[in-house]
Design a protein around this ligand. Structure first.
Ligand SMILES: [Zn+2]
Length: 308
């Protein structure tokens, strides 16, 4: 996706390159191929955003591919298409110390690269929309903290953040960066090469490498640590879900950016928006759960009171 987007905000007319073509280095590797964007659709999107006074934006992995983080489901470049690896299941993590050991060893190796990713123009655009009073609330399914790095504050991280760690016993939250230092102290001679980063910072290691990795427990109670994210098979905290439902009900339109909407935890808010007959726009490369028409590239506009 590569186009300028102009809309009228309360504080004046404003243009942004919503996204840039990335053909350089590793950042372009995970951006799915797409035909050029139809200028008419860009105009429609401009109109959609200009008309909105309380815009709620929901983002998924697709917004971070140009920052060098792969998504899950894109053809050819997504994690599922490139590898047979699948994200860790919540139940397995909680149940099994060896699985936690493998998870943390891989996460330890992947962390320096994963935590160094920077926001791309789409993250900056949304942060600017907030500053201009255009964005009412931002909900992200991503755990990469790139919206926070771009300065977004009216933000709900639906699935948590890899930049925080949670104790499964006492519930204490600590910064992920501090845990990295503890891992380094516990594993002074341990080293492994990172192979193939996943959307959640996971990498591939051999069993031998994993077995010798020392896992740090909670510094307060000795309990097992988990990234403060919602793994597959877990559910989003109901207070958080209620909070986002309220924000959706208060909004006057909804824009989805970079999500196929396959995961119900995000899709349910689309259902609420449709119930409320909010206009919905979807900006995505590839098909989405809401896309009943055969568009391959996605700017899909669903006006109020019109079922797709
Ligand atoms: Zn604890």
């Amino acid at each position: 996706m590569n186009f300028g987007l102009t809309f009228r905000a309360a504080k004046g007319c404003w243009t942004v390159n919503l996204s840039q073509q990335c053909s350089h280095g590793s950042t372009g590797l995970f951006v799915p191929p797409s035909p050029p964007v139809d200028p008419e659709k860009v105009k429609e999107l401009q109109r959609f955003i200009t008309l909105s006074k309380r815009l709620l934006v929901m983002t998924g992995a697709g917004i971070s591919t140009e920052s060098g983080i792969p998504d899950y489901r894109s053809e050819k470049v997504g994690l599922y298409a490139r590898t047979d690896r699948r994200p860790i299941q919540h139940g397995d993590f909680v149940r099994s110390a060896p699985i936690r050991q493998r998870y943390w060893a891989r996460n330890f190796v992947g962390w320096p690269q994963f935590s160094s990713h920077q926001p791309n123009p789409a993250h900056w655009a949304l942060s600017n929309w907030e500053r201009l009073g255009k964005l009412y609330w931002l909900v992200t399914q991503n755990v990469d903290a790139l919206h926070t790095k771009a300065g977004s504050q009216r933000l709900t991280e639906l699935h948590g953040s890899m930049h925080r760690v949670l104790c499964l016993d006492c519930g204490e939250q600590t910064p992920r960066g501090a845990l990295q230092e503890r891992f380094e102290v516990l594993n002074p001679t341990w080293s492994a090469e990172a192979h193939g980063l996943a959307p959640d910072g996971d990498v591939f290691l051999t069993e031998e490498q994993v077995r010798s990795f020392q896992v740090a427990p909670c510094a307060r109670c000795g309990g097992p640590l988990k990234p403060d994210v919602v793994f597959f098979g877990d559910t989003v905290n109901s207070d958080k879900v209620d909070f986002v439902h309220r924000r959706v009900k208060e909004a006057d339109s909804l824009l989805v950016v970079g999500s196929s909407l396959q995961v119900y935890s995000g899709y349910r808010f689309i259902l609420t928006a449709r119930e409320k007959k909010l206009p919905i726009a979807i900006l995505n490369i590839g098909p989405t759960r809401l896309m009943f028409l055969s568009q391959k590239l996605g700017l899909s506009l669903y006006p109020a009171a019109k079922d797709p």
